[in-house]
Design a binder for this molecule. Structure first.
Ligand SMILES: Cc1cc2nc3c(=O)[nH]c(=O)nc-3n(C[C@H](O)[C@H](O)[C@H](O)COP(=O)(O)O)c2cc1C
Length: 227
């Protein structure tokens, strides 16, 4: 989580077969858990070809995740949660990444869709020309609170700190986590892609808070307005 930063310029280096296999296997597990149909595309530069990716400053993207779900089922928040699970595995395997809601070739990626499927967004993957750099973050006390105003348990602080490292659309960080007893409420904020952001930051929160004695107040998808 600390090493991951958005990278938009990529080298030509192909992703080795062993790393492809790990990502494909993890995507299959994510799909089994979530009902999503995430595709991992390798050697497919068309997904980021054209003017929009260029204006979005992407260069040399040859691999990407297409975050796809079935029509009429929760899409954005699960796409954020499981997409970030794959992003952090990719980072662990030495790859760089960048989420893309707008600046990719949507017409091209939509050719992957079956009739009853919808596309949330995509994530560029590959060997970056750089490792990117840390984003500016809101102060931790703007991203979390306890309902009674009491002190934060260590695990809650660790969860919020992990969420602060997460990517959000235009680095908006409009989410917040609220602790009530041993339950954590994940609030999505305003802004485009806030439902995707909520899934992403919730995955980071779980890693930071680890297996301390707490639980989510709501299932992740209840806050997803694109159901
Ligand atoms: C849901 C979502 C959509 C995004 N869409 C784009 C995009 O269309 N184009 C782009 O260049 N970056 C996009 N980003 C990357 C963000 O700008 C980036 O994550 C944010 O500035 C924080 O920086 P970091 O990822 O380096 O921590 C998106 C990120 C998220 C989470």
């Amino acid at each position: 989580m600390t090493a991951r930063h958005s990278v938009r310029r990529y080298a030509d280096t192909p992703v080795p077969a062993a790393i492809r296999d790990e990502l494909i296997a993890e995507a299959a597990r994510c799909n089994a858990d979530s009902g999503l149909n995430i595709h991992v595309q390798f050697d497919e530069p068309a997904g980021f070809s054209g003017l929009l990716p260029h204006y979005g400053s992407f260069r040399g993207v040859r691999n990407y995740l297409a975050l796809i779900g079935h029509t009429g089922t929760p899409l954005d928040t699960p796409a954020g949660y499981y997409g970030e699970r794959l992003v952090l595995l990719a980072q662990h395997l030495g790859l760089n990444s960048c989420w893309a809601g707008l600046t990719y070739n949507k017409r091209q990626v939509r050719t992957l869709l079956a009739a009853d499927e919808q596309l949330a967004l995509v994530v560029a993957l590959g060997y970056g020309e750089s490792q990117g750099k840390p984003h500016k973050s809101k102060p931790i006390d703007k991203l979390g609170r306890t309902r009674d105003g009491g002190p934060w348990p260590d695990w809650f602080r660790a969860g919020v700190e992990a969420a602060a490292l997460a990517p959000t659309a235009i680095n908006q960080q409009t989410f917040s986590f609220e602790l009530v007893g041993d339950e954590v409420h994940a609030h999505r904020g305003r802004g485009s892609y806030a439902a995707v952001d909520l899934g992403i930051v919730s995955y980071h929160f779980e890693i930071g808070a680890d297996n301390a004695d707490w639980r989510w107040a709501d299932s992740l998808v209840t806050s997803d307005e694109t159901v």
